[in-house]
Design a protein around this ligand. Structure first.
Ligand code: FUC
Length: 766
């Protein structure tokens, strides 16, 4: 059924005295009229390494803090020497139709020892107690994505109170600023706490320390410190608290660190605090703003005719979401969610740091869902889908460093578990280099985690072809490919297949009714491996190395089963055309080749593209897309199928069904991958550049018939700006960084046109 397009009038916020006093928010601001009643409604700020969640409660502010390296546990040897001996028998059982027996044996012999990860943990809470009397009016809580500042403001007893919080990357601290519009009206108490493994102390007159050691002294040690700097008023210290009275304003600077990788975090925290405290608030804010905007402002976007400052963008974000749930079109919200994904990547993934985990850097728990770890069977990769296309390429770096750190342990796992060369990682990992098959076999016995991750190196190269980068990435790609040369086995039909493995987390039914999980030859594995092989072959040609190895890879690639169409017209998920007990499963792994892979394309492989659509339709018809990241993936799939309406419909479903009032993605629970996948999906609707062409507005929906963007990137080193109206391009500008011939496709045109681009010279198309 066609979706009814209903535009619902929203409350006119400009008419109340409160809103008159507060300036209307622009297109970059998420805002609410209430404090966060729960952690995942608070506003996130982050500097890549540290994160903070701002609740905005009037009387008691809670600023929940994170430091990305604060993980339980430590490096350990989890490889299982029994695996290699049991491997041939598990394969035999699967080849002879005995998946249940294979599973039982795999569970006993093939998994890491132990197979469980330890957890990423919350660092601490900074608490501010205001002891206000009476009720606040004119309350607003906002997150300005362009300034990267969270702000809380309200009026109480004739005084306007304002809190601003940001996480500075250049100054390595979190800054909290408290102001009042009546001199001397600021009175509050401040302390830091943590529910376990830490104690607090006061140092001098103005510093709070939280000193901790995880696991009762066995794990990492850590320190979180806050300095309180006043203008006016006075400051007293009580055990574990600083009390401020009658001040004009206060700046609280928070620094933190852990002993991860032998780091001397105590002196680093001292240094960070001292340096930041030597600056004025205005200086800290200015350095932060400049640093953030250098990244954030590379891309601007307008979808539809809505401009900032119109009625709808002035409504609080939860009301806008509610309107979308009722069927309203809010193109400003479409754009805001897109930019929020970019904001979150800037806040959680800076060069030199760890990559964004399942929750970015934000986590308030000692045992968060899935340990807030790194899942490699879609989630970590999805976090980085927007990095290249939305012009944040350097934020991809933490992923490359992380992948590099998995090589030594992954090499050992390859040898111990499979007797193979190369390196391997399975479906979960942590900051300690866990590469063994973890968790239960149903999810964890899946050897293509590293192989998928390495494709990010190749993508980074494609977006900015740079031989030096390729030379750095190639050994990693090669080593991932080497593993599969040894690991793949011949099946009874003479094909080379991967296994024992899974089609991530899904199950199939054998003709005799038996349900299987482990399998030989899941389609996704072969698509990932084939993609890796293609890339390794191309990279070795470009670098002119490894001719013999290249030939071996090419020979193995020819023997991998290609994507096959099954009896429902779908892309087959397993090596045989099995049915599945859960046809609406959240993973749609057999479409890797459509996205993020590029083996299936609308014009290159039209039959497979039709089968890909049938696959998604079948999933959706059975309730698929029910987790945030699954829905986000579907947006990307439909964009690749050049179906703007379906992509947009699923984008609306992501907003309506899987989005919290602060615009965070809901699995449920909160999981950040859907935010990043949603942002990537919007970009994919507006520009694509796989398959040897730059395709302008490949999947434009009716709701975005007018619009413009600036600064998205295409493969080949090209930045693109497009303005369009009535679904027609008014002007497109390509800004190449490399000279060469490019094929450019515009909507409706039968053939892509060839254009010759000169590095540094913009090329306009009307
Ligand atoms: C994958 C998914 C789950 C969840 C978990 C963190 O294993 O199957 O839905 O997102 O990662």
């Amino acid at each position: 059924m066609r979706r009814l397009i209903v535009v619902i009038a929203l409350a006119v916020t400009g008419s109340s005295p409160a809103a008159q006093e507060n300036a209307p928010f622009g297109e970059h601001t998420i805002w609410l009229r209430s404090a966060a009643s729960q952690w995942d409604h608070a506003f996130p700020v982050g500097n890549g390494r540290m994160g903070a969640m701002v609740f905005g409660t009037v009387n008691r502010e809670r600023i929940q803090l994170n430091e990305e390296t604060l993980w339980m546990g430590g490096p350990r040897d989890t490889d299982n020497p029994e695996a290699r001996t049991a491997l041939p028998e598990v394969r035999r059982l699967l080849f002879t139709g005995q998946p249940r027996e294979a599973y039982a044996l795999a569970e006993r012999k093939l998994m890491g020892k132990p197979w469980r990860l330890e957890s990423y943990q919350s660092l601490a809470d900074l608490r501010l107690n205001f002891d206000h009397e009476g009720d606040a009016t004119d309350y607003q809580r906002s997150l300005d994505l362009d300034a990267a500042v969270a702000r809380v403001t309200y009026r109480l007893d004739g005084v306007r109170y304002t809190r601003e919080v940001f996480a500075s990357h250049p100054d390595r601290v979190i800054v909290v600023r408290l102001t009042v519009d009546r001199p001397g009206a600021l009175t509050f108490g401040a302390w830091i706490d943590r529910q376990q493994d830490a104690r607090t102390e006061i140092a001098g007159t103005d510093r709070l320390n939280l000193i901790g050691h995880l696991g009762g002294g066995k794990g990492l040690s850590f320190l979180a410190s806050a300095r309180v700097i006043l203008e006016g008023g006075k400051q007293e210290t009580f055990p574990e608290r600083i009390l401020v009275s009658d001040a004009n304003s206060a700046t609280i600077i928070v620094a933190a660190g852990t002993s991860f990788r032998g780091h001397s975090h105590g002196s680093q925290v001292d240094r960070d605090l001292t340096r930041a405290a030597a600056k004025t608030y205005a200086q800290l804010l200015e350095a932060h703003r400049a640093d953030h905007q250098r990244l954030y402002r590379r891309v601007s976007i307008r979808l539809g005719t809505a401009r900032s400052g119109d009625l709808r963008s002035n409504a609080p974000t939860d009301e806008r979401l509610e309107a979308v749930r009722r069927g309203a079109i809010d193109q400003g919200l479409d754009a805001l969610y897109f930019q929020f994904g970019r904001y979150l990547l800037i806040a959680s993934s800076r060069p030199g740091d760890l990559p964004a985990n399942l929750q970015g850097v934000w986590n308030d728990s000692m045992s968060p869902p899935w340990d807030a770890d790194y899942h490699l069977n879609i989630n970590l990769q999805m976090n980085y889908w927007p990095a290249e296309v939305t012009n944040l390429a350097e934020l991809h770096e933490p992923l490359f460093d992380f992948l590099e750190s998995l090589r030594p342990p992954g090499r050992k796992t390859a040898r111990v578990h499979y007797g193979a060369r190369g390196f391997v990682a399975h479906h979960i990992t942590d900051i300690w280099g866990f590469t063994s098959p973890g968790d239960l076999p149903r999810s964890g016995l899946w050897p293509t985690g590293a192989a998928w991750l390495t494709q990010h190196l190749w993508e980074h190269y494609l977006f900015a072809p740079d031989r030096a980068f390729l030379a750095r990435g190639y050994p990693v790609m090669k080593e991932a490919a080497e593993f599969f040369l040894d690991y793949l086995v011949e099946d009874p039909k003479g094909r080379l297949v991967s296994g024992p493995s899974v089609s991530p987390e899904n199950r199939y039914r054998l003709p005799n009714g038996q349900v299987g999980i482990l399998t030989m030859g899941p389609s996704m594995d072969h698509q990932i491996i084939s993609g890796l092989f293609t890339q390794v072959i191309k990279a070795s040609e470009i670098l002119d190395v490894d001719e013999v190895f290249r030939a071996q890879v090419a020979a193995a690639q020819k023997r991998l089963p290609p994507p096959t169409i099954g009896k429902h017209g779908q892309i087959q998920e397993w090596s045989e055309d099995y049915d599945e007990p859960e046809p609406g499963h959240r993973h749609i792994s057999q479409l890797f080749a459509l996205h993020p892979g590029d083996q299936i394309t609308v014009r290159g492989t039209p039959e497979l593209a039709r089968a890909a659509r049938a696959t998604i339709d079948r999933r959706l018809a059975h309730g698929g897309g029910h987790t945030g990241w699954s829905r986000a993936w579907i947006i990307n799939f439909f964009a690749r199928l050049e179906d703007g309406e379906k992509a947009w419909e699923n984008y609306q479903a992501l907003l309506a069904k899987s989005t919290l009032p602060n615009l965070w993605d809901l699995h449920p629970p909160f999981q950040i991958d859907g935010n990043f996948g949603g942002t990537a999906g919007v970009a994919e609707m507006l520009i694509q550049s796989h398959g040897g062409e730059i395709h302008l507005l490949p999947a434009l929906p009716r709701a975005w018939a007018d619009g413009e963007f600036r600064g998205l990137r295409a493969r080949g080193g090209v930045e693109v700006d497009i303005a369009w109206s009535g679904a027609k391009i008014v002007k497109a500008t390509l800004r190449p960084s490399i000279s060469g011939m490019f094929r450019v496709r515009t909507q409706g045109a039968g053939e892509a046109r060839s254009v010759s681009l000169v590095a540094g010279t913009p090329y306009s198309l009307r």
